[in-house]
Write a protein that binds this ligand. Structure first.
Ligand SMILES: *Cc1c(COP(=O)(O)O)cnc(C)c1O
Length: 387
């Protein structure tokens, strides 16, 4: 399909997110916390949250309190959980907006307590336990005191402890011994919380990979991010559920030129034509989140794009605003659609293909894409299209 010259675009199919939520919800068999942090992994947080709710997600999850507040301001209703707060975080605003705030340390519990002083309705908090990732969450040595203080605050009506949770480090490697270890540790934590009189209704551990690969990790809810957007959290390992990638990135071809043997391409002359060929210019670059690592010299196997159904490899390094692809003698018309990545049906590579070329994960490919590109929403079930 020809594109007008102009900015490249990110097309997000809300029907795919809705269908993925439905699939994840029914596979998990427990409530789905649809994770829309980092602007919905690049798909748009508000639209993604709405589509996930339409697909049956009971909860929405964000990283920061600010992200959660922004969703409320945009009209997203229903249970909403966030798990990152710092010294400047407005916990009172979160409580006013009926947002569950996760607490992962004694310091944070104290900050939440002081922000809530003087309120007459209990706020909602969830306790994050570190069961072996050494990232966020209370370390096992702090659990006893965290639970004691959390239980005291609950008795005093400051908050209600609505949930308890942890995060897996190796869920994309189903045979990794850390999976069973973390799950055991989490069960120990839940039991200890119970001995302090806490009965959090929502116990959760699983991310997308654990949801798909480890039924015992599903507990009372699952937190799915990447799978909601239709990407595989454990490439080659997760069962094929029929998840659909929601994002397609496309740009117009803006120039075609001939190269003679010896002509060198882009900064540093990292690629030199060995035979006559044609190359095309794609007007997006690392300023728009295209990973420079997916081109020479970082990789010997550069990323490709789809043009007229053919895969065309990047030649030379990706620049800030543009990159060059090998057209192998063909001369597509200016304005021809270049599919950077999307679902296989879009006619180009997948985000996973780019991840492999760039030595990263599909999460990073979709989350970093943006820059000057516009984002357009379509709904392949309802036939609507909007910006
Ligand atoms: C990002 C995140 C998730 C979602 O992870 P996916 O692998 O994208 O499903 C779940 N829980 C927490 C705490 C997260 O930070």
């Amino acid at each position: 399909m020809p594109l007008p010259l102009g900015p490249a675009e990110i097309v997000v199919d809300l029907a795919a997110i809705r269908a993925n939520a439905r699939l994840l919800r029914s596979t998990a068999g427990v409530p789905l916390i649809a994770v829309v942090k980092a602007d919905g992994y690049g798909h748009g947080a508000v639209a993604s949250a709405r589509a996930a709710q339409e697909g049956g997600a009971e909860w929405i999850g964000t990283a920061t309190v600010e992200e959660a507040l922004a969703l409320r301001a945009a009209g997203i209703e229903g249970p909403l959980l966030c798990w990152i707060g710092g010294p400047e975080t407005d916990y009172a605003a979160a409580a006013d907006a009926d947002i569950d705030v996760s607490v992962g340390s004694l310091d944070q519990l104290a900050a939440v307590a002081s922000a809530l002083a003087g309120r007459d309705t209990p706020a909602r908090i969830q306790l994050e336990l570190d069961t072996g990732m050494s990232r966020a969450g209370a370390a096992p040595g702090a659990w006893d005191e965290l639970f004691a203080r959390a239980a005291a605050g609950e008795r005093d009506g400051v908050w209600q402890v609505t949930g308890i949770w942890t995060h897996p480090a190796c869920a994309d490697e189903p045979d990794h011994p850390a999976n069973a270890r973390q799950e055991r540790s989490f069960r120990d934590g839940i039991a200890l919380a119970g001995r302090h009189g806490l009965r959090p209704g929502l116990r959760h551990l699983a991310n997308s990979a654990a949801t798909l690969l480890r039924p015992s990790a599903r507990f009372d809810a699952v937190r799915c991010g990447i799978a909601l957007y239709g990407l595989d959290p454990a490439p080659g390992r997760a069962p094929a559920l029929g998840l659909r990638p929601a994002m397609t990135v496309r740009a117009p071809l803006v120039a075609v030129r001939d190269l003679a043997p010896g002509d060198a391409v882009s900064y540093g002359h990292r690629w030199v034509a060995e035979q006559p060929t044609t190359v095309g210019l794609v007007p997006v670059g690392y300023g728009d989140g295209i990973p420079r690592h997916a081109s020479a010299p970082a990789t010997s196997d550069p990323a490709t794009v789809g043009i007229d159904g053919k895969r065309r490899p990047i030649r030379g390094v990706v620049c800030m605003d543009q990159f060059v692809v090998d057209l192998a003698g063909d001369r597509p018309a200016i304005g021809t659609e270049v599919v950077l990545f999307g679902p296989p049906s879009a006619g180009g590579p997948t985000a996973q293909d780019w991840a492999e070329a760039a030595g990263t994960i599909n999460y990073e490919i979709v989350t970093r894409i943006g820059g000057r590109m516009t984002r357009r929403y379509v709904d392949s079930e309802k036939g609507r299209s909007e910006r």
